[in-house]
Design a protein around this ligand. Structure first.
Ligand code: GLU
Length: 431
C-alpha cells in the first residue's frame, strides 16, 4: 500500500498539469489545503463513561465557491485521508461545474460499535466542534461512508440550535422533512449509471446490456443502488460484496431480492424473494479480492480507497472499471491497468452525481422552492452526460486516460477561477 494517500492523490495533479493550461499561481494554490481542523469530541457513552473521538474537517480549496464534501465515520479515518478526500472533492465539483470548492470531514470511530444514542451524541458533538468552520456560504457537509440521512438530520438540527436560526442549507443529504432533496439518496449511483450508459457503448466491447456482466464491490448507498439500476436496465450483475465478503452467480443475481434480504437481515446472500419470502439460490461465496479479479465486463468498486493496487492490478480481468468509490485505484495500479488496456473511468466523474444533487438540494434550500424527482434526475442526467462527453472528447483528442482528462478539464475550470482573482501574469504583464 502507498505511504500516503495524499501523495498518491497529488500525483494525479502532476500527471494532468502537462495537458492543462493553468497558471503557476493556480498550481501553487492547489498543492496544499486552505485550512485543516482537528477536533476532539467528548461523548458520554450509554454506560456512563466518557470517550473522546478524534474528528477532522479540511477545506481544500474555495476558489470556485464554498467548500463542499461529506463526513465519513470509519475506524481508519485520519487527517491524511480526509485531506485526500477534500482534494478529490475540489476536482469533482469542478468536473461537475458546481459553484463549490472541495472539503471533507471525518471521525475516527467504528460506528457499528455505537448505540443509536451514542451515535447521535457523537454527531451533535462533531457539529459543536466545527460549527464556526462550516456554514451555507463557507463549507457545506454531506453524507459519506457510514453516515446517512438521519445523521445529517441531527447535524443540521444541532447547527440550527447553535446559530438560533433554522439553517437547512448548511448540510445536504438531510431527511426530506428537514429540507432534503428528492433523489439525493440515489444520486451517486444514478450519476454513475448515466456515465456508464454514455460510455460503455463507445468502447465497442459488447452488444446489449444483457451480454454485459458486472461485478460491484461494496453494498452501501452507492454499491447497492448501482447494482439495482444496472439490473433494472438489463445488465447481468453477477457479483456483489459488502465489507464481510461477496457472492457470485454466473447466471446473474436478482439484485432487488438481494437488497431486500440485506436490508432486513444485514447479511448478503444470493436470494430470490417473492414478497417477504426469500429463498437462497445456488451461488459461490467469494472474498472481496476474488470479486475484483472476476472475469466480467464492468467492475464497479463502490467501497473504500486503495482497493486496486500494484499487488492485484494484474489480476483484474474486467474490460472497464467505473469508480463509484473515492480513490479505489492507486496510481501504480492505474499504470498497470493502462498497459493491460483496462479502461478506468475516474471517481471525480463517475461518483459526481452525489455532490451534484447535494448542490440541487442547497439551491432548493436557498430558493425555498422544491423540485420534483423528475426535475432532479433530468438535471442530473444532463450534467453527467455533458461532462462525460467533454471528458471523453479531451481523452480522445489528447490521447490520455479518462482520469487524466477529467483532471485536465477540472484544472482548466479551477485555473480560470484563479485567473479571475488575479495572478502573477496579470500583475507583471507589460512591465
Ligand atoms: N460524499 C459524497 C462524495 O464523496 C458526496 C459529497 C456531497 O454531497 O457534498 O462525493
Amino acid at each position: 500500500m502507498s505511504q500516503s494517500l495524499f501523495s498518491d492523490a497529488s500525483q494525479r495533479l502532476e500527471e494532468a498539469l502537462a495537458y492543462a493550461s493553468i497558471s503557476d499561481d493556480a498550481i501553487e494554490r492547489l498543492k496544499l489545503p486552505k485550512s485543516s481542523l482537528k477536533v476532539s469530541i467528548p461523548v458520554r457513552m450509554d454506560d456512563g463513561t466518557l470517550r473522546i473521538f478524534p474528528g477532522y474537517r479540511v477545506r481544500y480549496d474555495d476558489t470556485r465557491g464554498p467548500t463542499k464534501g461529506g463526513i465519513r465515520y470509519h475506524q481508519d479515518v485520519s487527517i491524511d485521508e480526509v485531506q485526500s478526500l477534500a482534494f478529490w472533492m475540489t476536482f469533482k465539483c469542478a468536473v461537475a461545474n458546481l459553484p463549490f470548492g472541495g472539503g471533507k470531514g471525518g471521525i475516527t470511530v467504528n460506528p457499528k460499535e455505537l448505540s443509536h444514542f451514542e451515535l447521535e451524541r457523537l454527531s451533535r458533538g462533531y457539529i459543536d466542534a466545527v460549527a464556526d468552520f462550516i456554514g451555507p456560504d463557507v463549507d457545506i457537509p454531506a453524507p459519506d461512508v457510514y453516515t446517512n440521512q438521519m445523521i445529517m438530520g441531527w447535524m443540521v438540527d444541532q447547527y440550527s440550535i447553535i446559530k438560533r436560526q433554522i439553517t437547512p442549507a448548511v448540510i445536504t443529504g438531510k431527511p426530506l422533512t428537514m429540507g432534503g432533496s428528492l433523489g439525493r439518496d440515489t444520486a451517486t449511483a444514478m450519476g454513475a449509471f448515466f456515465t456508464i450508459e454514455a460510455t460503455w457503448p463507445k468502447l465497442g466491447l459488447s452488444g446489449s446490456p444483457a451480454d454485459t456482466t458486472v461485478a460491484v464491490q461494496g453494498f452501501g448507498n452507492a454499491g447497492a443502488i448501482i447494482a439495482e439500476l444496472l439490473f433494472d436496465a438489463g445488465y447481468k450483475v453477477v457479483a456483489v460484496s459488502d465489507s464481510k465478503g461477496g457472492i457470485y452467480r454466473r447466471e446473474g443475481l436478482d439484485v432487488p431480492s438481494v437488497r431486500q434480504f440485506k436490508d432486513s437481515t444485514r447479511t448478503l446472500k444470493a436470494v430470490y424473494c417473492e414478497d417477504t419470502v426469500c429463498n437462497i439460490v445456488e451461488h459461490e461465496t467469494i472474498t472481496n479480492e476474488e470479486l475484483l479479479a472476476l472475469d466480467v465486463d464492468i467492475l464497479a468498486p463502490a467501497a473504500l480507497e486503495n482497493q486496486i493496487t500494484e499487488a492485484n492490478a494484474r489480476d483484474i480481468k474486467a474490460k472497464a472499471v467505473y469508480e463509484l468509490a473515492n480513490g479505489p485505484t492507486t496510481p501504480g495500479a492505474d499504470e498497470i491497468l493502462r498497459q493491460r488496456d483496462v479502461i478506468v473511468f475516474p471517481d471525480i466523474l463517475v461518483n459526481a452525481g452525489g455532490v451534484t444533487v447535494s448542490y440541487f438540494e442547497w439551491v432548493q434550500n436557498r430558493q425555498g422552492l422544491y423540485w420534483t424527482l423528475e426535475q432532479v434526475n433530468q438535471r442530473l442526467k444532463q450534467m453527467m452526460v455533458e461532462e462525460t462527453e467533454r471528458i471523453w472528447a479531451i481523452a480522445q483528442e489528447k490521447g490520455i486516460s479518462p482520469r487524466t482528462a477529467a483532471y485536465v478539464h477540472a484544472l482548466d475550470r479551477i485555473g480560470d477561477a484563479v485567473q479571475a482573482k488575479g495572478t502573477k501574469d496579470y500583475f507583471t504583464d507589460g512591465r
